[in-house]
Design a protein around this ligand. Structure first.
Ligand SMILES: Nc1ncnc2c1ncn2[C@@H]1O[C@H](COP(=O)(O)OP(=O)(O)OP(=O)(O)O)[C@@H](O)[C@H]1O
Length: 244
């Protein structure tokens, strides 16, 4: 079954077209990585899919629900771990989780229970009482993902989940994300090509608002004639080559 069906999604800011007639189908339970240079249109795409900004034209269906006509239903089934880690720095780790669960309608008892589950699942239990600002960057990103999962979304958007993390923290997060594979639909944006290759079922490379290629690493290499994903990426995002 299709988790996300994008049909002609377009976003213009004045004369700049940030996302240009995007068509894409992502399977339910698939982990899809969206790659592209700064300004390629990844975040704008995710913001539209989350109902955070309205498309100029086109539509997308998330588990059958339109982001244009059923924005409320879409927001109920998704969650986002945004680029800027969305944790409240003065609240404790546990308070952040409880607060988020309650925001999504859980009772105090349910929120406490869910928070304990997430603390255990994300190896944050021994830091539960600490203020979030005392955590390392990697732990904050982990908490941010735990907070996004506490509402039990069917679709999760991870915007550059490992940005700025050291090698070990990145690997730890990869393990965690791998553990989610197949359970929920995940759209991940990243600038780390090895991250996309390690985690994603399929990869899409955007450039100047357009989707240039979609496929597995092998399919992308075959389609572009490149020896590596990096070579394919550089080829597809070379402005002179693309516009020539
Ligand atoms: N609110 C806005 N107003 C005007 N232009 C915008 C707005 N948001 C995004 N843009 C422009 O749209 C284009 C796509 O931006 P977007 O943030 O989607 O790219 P991105 O691929 O996520 O980049 P990055 O990797 O840097 O996060 C850019 O040219 C950007 O300047």
């Amino acid at each position: 079954m299709t988790g996300i069906a994008i049909e002609g999604l377009t976003k213009r800011f004045r004369e700049r077209t940030a996302v240009d007639d995007l068509h894409l189908s992502i399977g339910e339970g698939e982990l899809f990585a969206l790659l592209g240079q700064n300004g390629a249109g990844k975040t704008t795409t995710i913001r539209m899919l989350c109902g955070l900004c309205a498309p100029t034209s086109g539509d997308a269906r998330l588990n059958g629900r339109s982001i244009v006509r059923e924005t409320g239903a879409v927001k109920e089934m998704i969650n986002v771990s945004p680029q800027e880690t969305a944790v409240a720095p003065k609240l404790s780790v546990r308070e952040n989780l409880v607060f988020m669960a309650q925001l999504y309608g859980a009772s105090q008892a349910q929120a406490n229970e869910r928070a304990d589950e997430m603390l255990a699942a994300f190896s944050l239990a021994d830091r539960a009482q600490e203020k979030t600002k005392a955590l390392s960057g990697g732990m904050q990103r982990r908490l941010s993902i735990a907070m996004a999962l506490i509402s039990e979304p069917r679709i999760l958007f991870l915007d550059e989940p490992t940005l700025g993390l050291d090698v070990r923290a990145r690997r730890d997060l990869w393990k965690l994300i791998e553990g989610l594979k197949g359970k929920i639909t995940i759209v991940l944006t990243t600038h780390y090509l090895e991250e996309a290759a390690a985690l994603a079922d399929r990869i899409g490379i955007m450039h100047e608002g357009r989707m240039r290629v979609v496929g597995t690493v092998e399919e992308i290499e075959r389609q572009t004639g490149a020896a590596t994903l990096e070579e394919a990426f550089l080829q597809l995002t070379d402005t002179e080559e693309v516009s020539a």
